[in-house]
Design a protein around this ligand. Structure first.
Ligand SMILES: *Cc1c(COP(=O)(O)O)cnc(C)c1O
Length: 226
């Protein structure tokens, strides 16, 4: 019941225009159901197997978001149902998602994962690589990716208590998002409108910097045992 109450609290404190992804990784299906019963529909997972197992036993109207690093050979398992893939970090992965989406007769929404933290471990494109890719793509040098819709960017700030550092990383991502939107996605049919940044420890800073989607795990479901 605590989880349900937490969802209700989040709903009242969430600023307009910000979507809550409840990150249910490592949580059992019953915990997801408690959040579901309180009205939450968007859930994030970072492992393919865990997402498919939960989706099989939980209600069909749950909207599943893949938030972790996705291996190309596993895309096929989530392509039939995933709503948004947050962390697309390579051209190869774009190609595979496009192909698997086509096989399923779908257009899959994705976010491009951008490397903004100072740690070496966090994956993603850097701003320069992404700019080059988007320029080449708009110039017709890559496949059209007709079964993918690029909806925006996702990033993770450094794991630090230094909120000045976190803020400058989030601001950098926001500026990139604005620049890409006007440079590459201003055409009428584009919907480049999603900036996924902010977790339990830094979501307030992320929202102040312009986040439209926050990914909250431990602040809803409690600390994860590792
Ligand atoms: C686990 C995870 C989250 C949620 O983290 P919390 O600190 O528990 O809110 C958000 N984003 C990604 C990519 C994650 O892997």
């Amino acid at each position: 019941m605590e989880i349900g109450a937490e969802i209700l609290r989040w709903r009242t404190k969430l600023p307009a225009g910000v979507t809550l992804v409840a990150v249910s990784k490592t949580c059992p299906p019953q915990a997801v159901m408690e959040a579901y019963d309180a009205g939450q529909r968007i859930f994030g997972e970072n492992r393919v197997q865990e997402m498919t197992a939960k989706s099989a036993v939980l209600p069909d109207d749950i909207r599943w978001h893949m938030i972790g690093h996705l291996q190309t050979n596993k895309v096929k398992y989530i392509a039939p149902f995933v709503e948004l893939i947050h962390s697309v970090d390579s051209l190869r992965l774009l190609e595979v998602i496009d192909r698997e989406a086509r096989k399923n007769g779908r257009v899959i929404d994705i976010l491009l994962g951008v490397f903004i933290a100072c740690e070496e471990t966090k994956s993603g494109w850097d701003a320069g690589e992404l700019t080059e890719f988007l320029q080449a793509w708009r110039a017709g040098k890559h496949p059209a990716f007709g079964n993918i819709r690029i909806r925006g960017l996702m990033g993770m700030a450094s794991f630090t208590d230094d909120m000045t550092q976190v803020r400058s990383e989030f601001n950098g991502l926001r500026e990139l998002f604005d620049r890409f939107r006007s440079e590459f996605f201003s055409a009428g049919d584009s919907r480049f409108d999603t900036l996924s940044m902010g977790m339990s420890g830094d979501w307030q800073v992320a929202v102040e910097c312009g986040s439209t989607m926050i990914r909250i795990g431990s602040a809803i479901f409690g600390a994860r045992g590792q």
